[in-house]
Design a protein around this ligand. Structure first.
Ligand SMILES: *Cc1c(COP(=O)(O)O)cnc(C)c1O
Length: 391
């Protein structure tokens, strides 16, 4: 079989026409051209089973809007996993709060609920579970902890468009759910983000913060909150609406292929797919992740394995080189103007599971690969097997 071609994003004349229509209309954005944005917000929130959606320029700002609306104060602590994109923790710095890193579970790479409670102090205000790769976190356990300690839960669902936990769409389960529409994500307009919520007060505040602090009852030059202009354009909104129409089918296909890859790879010694847990879920497979064990591959390092696998034509990566707390911004406390307490110190933070995932274990295959055929999945398993026997 020849090397399959995997492409992303997927689009046709529908997207081209939708964008061209906006261009011709001249209604590209604010002040008074926001219908397409409102339509998309309603459609996406509705798809997720949430009452409100607030779009914004990206999936980092959406986290920041949610944190601000939750009423965090300088020096408050926010629990985050160390195995995630920087935005999950850097947006915490941007609201003058302290990211507290809690290790991930070795079978899921999601926040380990058993480790969360020990990290809670009287300053803790928010937990940000990241549904990493699109695999749902243990939301029952996390919501239980949050309820006991009176904490807010902001789901970082940047990988989890269309994924479900016990029949509910991710992002709609906590106080707020944040999504990214950056070009690699499962729903994209090149850049963009949204935060969804069922809470009317959070919605009102986040919509205001996104729109330079305006409120619906105020005038154009009335500013009630310390927000900024984080709005998206009508061009992005129509592109997102057209892509949203494809999301459900794409998500089901990724899940079918993800399950099939699990089956194929489970038979290869030294390759262990992550666990999907034992409650009903739908995984959105922003990434297909398996755990690599070099001892079954003649001691070949993960880096070398990934390089060889990529060279065969499988779009893959070894993922993050380090857990977030190892990044210079945290190690050197390069917090610039942000009001982070002097006592905060990341030099002694150790999350062994995240460290092992980064250095030796985690291999990522990108989401668009799972839009291929079953034969493509068999081809991928074949490439992995061939790296084993050639060693
Ligand atoms: C992509 C991503 C974000 C941020 O999204 P941007 O749109 O790139 O700002 C946040 N969290 C996670 C886990 C992500 O992967």
């Amino acid at each position: 079989m020849s090397v399959p071609s995997f492409s992303w994003p997927q689009f046709d004349e529908t997207e081209v026409q939708a964008v061209a229509d906006v261009v011709r209309s001249g209604k590209w954005g604010n002040p008074d051209c926001t219908e397409a944005v409102a339509d998309f917000e309603e459609a996406f929130a509705g798809y997720c089973g949430a009452s409100h959606g607030v779009t914004c320029v990206n999936g980092s700002v959406s986290l920041r809007l949610a944190l601000m609306a939750c009423g965090v104060r300088p020096g408050d602590e926010v629990i985050v996993p160390p195995y995630t994109f920087i935005a999950t923790a850097s947006t915490v710095i941007e609201v003058n709060c302290v990211p507290v890193f809690v290790d991930i579970h070795p079978d899921t790479y999601n926040l380990d609920p058993a480790a969360i409670e020990a990290a809670i102090t009287e300053r803790t205000k928010v937990i940000i579970p990241v549904h990493f790769a699109g695999l749902p976190c243990d939301m029952d356990a996390i919501l239980g902890i949050a309820r006991r300690h009176n904490l807010r839960v902001i789901e970082d669902a940047a990988h989890a468009h269309g994924a479900e936990y016990k029949g509910r769409k991710l992002g709609s389960i906590g106080d707020a759910g944040s999504f990214s529409f950056q070009s690699s994500k499962n729903l994209t307009s090149g850049e963009g983000g949204i935060v969804i919520t069922n809470n009317d007060d959070l919605h009102r505040t986040m919509a205001s913060l996104r729109n330079v602090g305006r409120l619906p009852e105020g005038q154009w030059y009335d500013h009630f909150n310390p927000g900024c202009n984080y709005r998206i354009t009508q061009l992005q909104a129509v592109l997102l609406s057209a892509q949203l129409a494809r999301l459900e089918a794409q998500t089901l296909q990724r899940e079918a292929n993800g399950l099939y890859l699990d089956e194929l790879l489970r038979d290869i010694p030294g390759i262990r797919p992550l666990s999907r847990g034992d409650v009903p879920i739908r995984h959105s497979y922003h990434l297909y992740i398996f755990r690599y064990d070099a001892s079954f591959f003649g001691g070949m390092s993960k880096q070398e394995f990934v390089q060889k696998l990529a060279a065969t034509g499988v779009p893959c990566s070894g993922g993050y080189p380090h857990p977030l707390y190892k990044q210079p911004v945290f190690q050197h406390k390069n917090f610039l103007c942000y009001a982070i307490p002097e006592s905060v110190d990341y030099a002694n933070v150790h999350c062994p599971v995240a460290e092992k995932a980064c250095s030796d274990e985690a291999v990522w295959i990108f989401q668009h690969v799972l839009l291929g055929t079953r034969a493509d999945m068999e081809w991928i398993a074949g490439q992995i097997r061939s790296l084993q026997t050639s060693h």
